[in-house]
Ligand binder design. Structure first.
Ligand code: GDP
Ligand code: MG
Length: 297
């Protein structure tokens, strides 16, 4: 069995988080058109008959590390590169190679582990700088052209990764697909649905708080007349609050006749069920708490 830590590196917005989510098959890293979304390394784990790969998402590296936040982000990337088995260097052929790219390339150059160049976004119509990136191929052990967004050539990428990894023990139990705490992950999924549903209306006055997550047995009456009694199914019960700081926002979040909160709840539940492959009961409420920033941030 093969196993290893595979770090995804590349400048911001090349699609590292999108790739991680696509590889794992569920959303664990929140992606956005804005840079700097990922603030700490997120592990996405895939298991199959060949073994286990732990993909490590990193924040972008910034050319000018003036403030402490930026330099600590840069340090995260250096740390992530230290104890890894393989590098997947993600590149975006819709943007020219510039300072930031050259800095990233210098950062990975001394790394001893094998390196794969993943040229992303090939779904874009004729990415203008693709030849510039293809010319980098001889600095890497393999090159794969992919689309993280459209799940193109990802199987090929995973095969190349498995080929290059050595034999080893799994680092995570087989059912676990991320290092992120369940509560944080569930809250992020709900928060995303709030943003989607509300658009630009109240983006920063909302937080999500998980009050309870527990396994519950739910008894469902047996349909078959021959079998008496009930059968039980496991469901995941989640109680969550959408917390906002003002009464007027509550009305907006609930919507007329509860339309908005119902929609948010339904799409969050669908995503959780898909990701966890089990039934979820989501008990979602809007709560007004003027102190929420102090409590939740
Ligand atoms: P990161 O900063 O490297 O983690 O990049 P993200 O994963 O957050 O993606 C940045 C932006 O690029 C988002 O708007 C993604 O939707 C977009 N993106 C990522 N992968 C692809 C892809 O394969 N094709 C296209 N067209 N866009 C992509
Ligand atoms: Mg990211």
């Amino acid at each position: 069995m093969k196993s290893g830590f595979v770090v995804l590196v590349g400048r911001s917005n090349v699609g590292k988080s999108t790739l991680l989510n696509a590889l794992v098959g569920t959303k664990i890293a929140i992606t956005s058109p804005k840079p700097q979304t990922t603030r700490f390394p997120i592990h996405g784990i895939i298991n199959d008959e060949r073994g286990q790969i732990v993909f490590v998402d990193t924040p972008g590296v910034f050319a000018k590390a003036r403030d402490p936040v930026t330099s600590s982000l840069n340090q995260h990337v250096r740390d992530a590169l230290r104890d890894i088995d393989l590098v997947v260097y993600v590149a975006d052929p819709t943007r020219a190679i510039g300072n930031e790219e050259n800095m990233m390339l210098r950062l990975v150059e001394p790394v001893k582990a094998k390196k794969i160049l993943a040229i992303n976004k090939i779904d874009e119509h004729r990415p203008p700088y693709i030849e510039e990136y293809r010319n980098l191929s001889d600095r890497f052990d393999a090159t794969v052209e992919i689309s993280a967004l459209h799940h193109k050539n990802l199987k090929q990428l995973v095969s190349v990764v498995f080929d290059m990894l050595s034999e080893g023990e799994a680092h995570y139990p087989e059912f676990q697909f991320t290092n992120i705490d369940n509560r944080v992950w569930v809250a992020e999924i709900i928060r995303e649905k709030v943003f989607i549903q509300m658009g630009q209306e109240i983006p920063y006055s909302v937080a999500v708080e998980i009050e309870d997550i527990e396994e519950r047995k739910q008894s469902t009456p047996s349909n078959s007349p021959s079998k008496k009694g009930e059968k039980t199914t496991d469901i995941l019960y989640v109680k969550a609050n959408i917390v906002t700081n003002a009464e007027r926002y509550k009305g907006m979040l609930v919507g007329s006749g509860g339309r908005k909160i119902k929609e948010m709840g339904a799409s969050a539940r669908r995503e959780l069920e898909g990701a966890l492959n089990r039934r979820v009961f989501l008990d979602l409420q809007v709560v007004v708490d003027p102190q929420w920033t102090a409590r939740l941030l």
